[in-house]
Every structure is written in structure tokens, then in C-alpha cells.
Design a protein around this ligand. Structure first.
Ligand code: FES
Length: 210
């Protein structure tokens, strides 16, 4: 299958902005994709007075979609406050790039998730924020809000595609959702990846289309 990329994706892939290691970074975060095995690292330098991102870089072992997204989101985040940068979404990155092929969604989501994870690291380390990251049903549902349905670019919770979530005493997770198209397996893969990354204590994940 040939994938058609926009001119802007190709431009950012061939000449990525903010690429490389940031030597004096305050924090760094690395995330991987179970779907393809690729990884991305985002480095942040933040002004402690006003919480603006003064410098940001990324390193990627991903594909063209991933590198182009890393390039655009680091451009978007630079000079912004942490609160503003938190609001950068996959949809915004995709729009800025003139669209991304839905089949490559996990690649671009990976870059955006890594930015959010780096911001979280900073908040934990320097701002003393404490996050409830326990494995429970509420936090699983919260995590599902970051799963994008590529056909429309919104998350599966907003779209009410998730009908049922169960976590049992063996830490097995069952998710029932309404989805029956060519994006099904890519969405399932992304859910599995996100939940396993966030909650390593999960035993098994079963996702069924109802
Ligand atoms: Fe792995 Fe795109 S295929 S990041």
C-alpha cells in the first residue's frame, strides 16, 4: 500500500525542527509504541518563574509521520507555558501538517503523548504535583480519553464509543466498544499500548466490538 503524505509532512520529515538531544534539559520523557516498536524522546527546558518552555527537542526512531509530528509539536510548544503546551492535541498537529494518513495515527499520537508525558515529569519533579496513577476503573477510563478515533480525530470517550469497562480482581481488563470499520485494529492496538504503558500491573486486556 502506498501512503500519501501532504507536502508539509514531507517537508518536516526531511528537515525536522528541534531534532536532537537537549543537553541541559530539566526533564526528558521516552515513550514507545507497541504497534511498531518505535520510540520517541522529548526534552524540555522550562523557565521556573513563568513556566514557559524555553527550549524543547526530540529524538525519534519512528517513521515519517512520527518525525513530522515531533517537529510540528515542538514548534508549537516552544515559548508556550506548560498549561498551553498541555492543550496541544493530535488533531491540532495533524491539521498543522495538512492532514496525516489515518493508518499512521499511532505514530503521530506517540509524539504528542511523549510531549504530554515530559510536561507531567516536569510537574512532578519541580512543581510537586502528585498524580493518581493507580490501576482502577476510573483511571483506565481517563486514559481512554487520549485514544483518538482517526476517522474523525476525536477521542473514543467523547464519541461515546466505549460502552463498558471492567477491571477484575486478577487485573484483567475488558473493554466493549462500538467500532466496526478499517480502524478497528489500529484503535485496539493503541488502547492496549496505552494501557500497558500506563499500568504495567495489568495482566490481560480484552477488547471486543459490540
Ligand atoms: Fe512506528 Fe510510525 S511506524 S512510529
Amino acid at each position: 500500500m502506498t501512503i500519501k503524505y501532504s507536502d508539509k509532512v514531507i517537508e518536516h520529515f526531511q528537515h525536522p525542527h528541534n531534532l536532537g538531544k537537549l543537553e541541559n534539559a530539566d526533564v526528558e520523557a521516552t515513550e514507545g509504541s507497541a504497534a511498531c516498536g518505535d520510540i520517541v524522546t522529548v526534552y524540555l527546558k522550562v523557565n521556573p518563574e513563568n513556566h514557559k518552555i524555553t527550549d524543547i527537542k526530540f529524538q525519534s526512531y519512528g517513521c515519517a509521520s512520527n518525525i513530522a509530528t515531533g517537529s510540528i509539536i515542538t514548534d508549537l510548544a516552544k515559548g508556550r507555558t506548560l498549561e498551553q503546551a498541555k492543550k496541544i492535541t493530535w488533531k491540532q498537529a495533524a491539521d498543522e501538517l495538512g492532514g496525516l494518513p489515518p493508518i499512521k495515527m499511532h505514530c503521530s499520537v506517540l509524539a504528542v503523548d511523549t510531549l504530554h508525558s515530559a510536561i507531567k515529569q516536569y510537574e512532578k519533579k519541580y512543581l510537586g504535583k502528585v498524580f493518581d496513577e493507580h490501576l482502577n476503573k476510573k483511571n483506565i477510563e481517563e486514559k481512554l480519553k487520549s485514544i483518538i478515533y482517526p476517522k474523525v480525530g476525536l477521542d473514543i470517550i467523547t464519541l461515546r464509543m466505549v460502552k463498558y469497562v471492567k477491571l477484575d480482581e486478577n487485573n484483567d481488563v475488558l473493554i466493549e466498544m462500538t467500532i466496526d470499520d478499517e480502524y478497528k485494529y489500529s484503535v485496539f492496538e493503541h488502547i492496549t499500548n496505552q494501557l500497558k504503558n500506563s499500568f504495567p500491573e495489568i495482566n490481560k486486556i480484552k477488547i471486543v466490538a459490540v
